[in-house]
Ligand binder design. Structure first.
Ligand SMILES: [Mg+2]
Ligand SMILES: [Zn+2]
Length: 241
């Protein structure tokens, strides 16, 4: 049985946030105040839709956006981790679940030639329209009240596991690698055999630490990481067991 690796994208695979990095393309590298203030909690995708519309209206071209997105660095040790996974695809399936968008993630994976490492990417679907403006839609609708309207990463993960089961694919365990607040929901549903891998010092790590202090620990084991090389070490340990 294979191990399923679930990756977040922003601040996990890449050492930046693609949605905030793209603002570098705006005139003076910042958004007009009215646009900045238009964000409503839980409606991030709608907000990014307005940002992309603004960039399009300002004449920012696809190629400039692409160069900005692929200039973001990978997080320390991630390139090594993906090379390790590529050599061990018989032991690992890898998916990305991200609140970024399909265009940004495609650009990054393509530029670094890492598409073959990942079996599936679940994210908000995006495309350039006829006027050259990037448009983005919500990934799905769900009924989880802990997550933003457009994406519950746990719902995506549960659905993926069910689809795999229908195909006869069962996983020995799930390893979840992430950093952010929207990674908390899927991590709390992990089981005893699974591993939550929060990035050291980031929101997911802090939230899990607070939960265990409040005596509401999660079922899975928790292994904190700062570099992809530490993730390799833990995966080597898991497949030896
Ligand atoms: Mg993240
Ligand atoms: Zn949720």
């Amino acid at each position: 049985m294979k191990v399923l690796l679930v990756f977040d994208f922003d601040n996990t695979i890449i050492d930046d946030n693609s949605d905030t990095r793209i603002v570098q393309c705006a005139p003076d590298k910042k958004l007009p105040m009215a646009l900045q203030d238009s964000y409503q909690k839980g409606f991030w995708t709608e907000f990014m839709g307005r940002v992309f519309k603004y960039l399009g209206d300002e004449g920012v071209k696809e190629d400039e956006m692409r160069r900005t997105v692929i200039s973001m660095p990978f997080t320390l040790g991630m390139v090594e981790l993906f090379s390790f996974l590529r050599m061990n695809k018989d032991k690992f399936d890898c998916i990305i679940i991200s609140d970024s968008n399909s265009v940004f993630i495609d650009w990054v994976l393509e530029a670094a030639d890492f598409h073959d490492v990942f079996d599936n990417v679940f994210t908000n679907p995006a495309a350039f329209d006829n006027s050259g403006c990037l448009t983005v839609r919500n990934y799905h609708a769900h009924s989880c009240n802990r997550c933003p309207k457009n994406l519950c990463k746990n719902a995506v993960l549960v659905e993926f596991i069910e689809k795999q089961l229908e195909k006869g694919v069962r996983y020995a365990r799930i390893v979840y690698i992430g950093d952010g607040g929207n990674d908390v929901c899927p991590v709390t549903f992990l089981r005893k055999n699974d591993v939550a891998m929060p990035r050291k010092g980031y929101t997911l790590h802090k939230t899990l630490a607070r939960m265990s202090q409040n005596l509401e620990p999660i079922e899975s084991s928790v292994v904190v990481w700062s570099s992809g090389v530490e993730i390799i070490s833990h995966l080597q340990f898991l497949i030896k067991e």
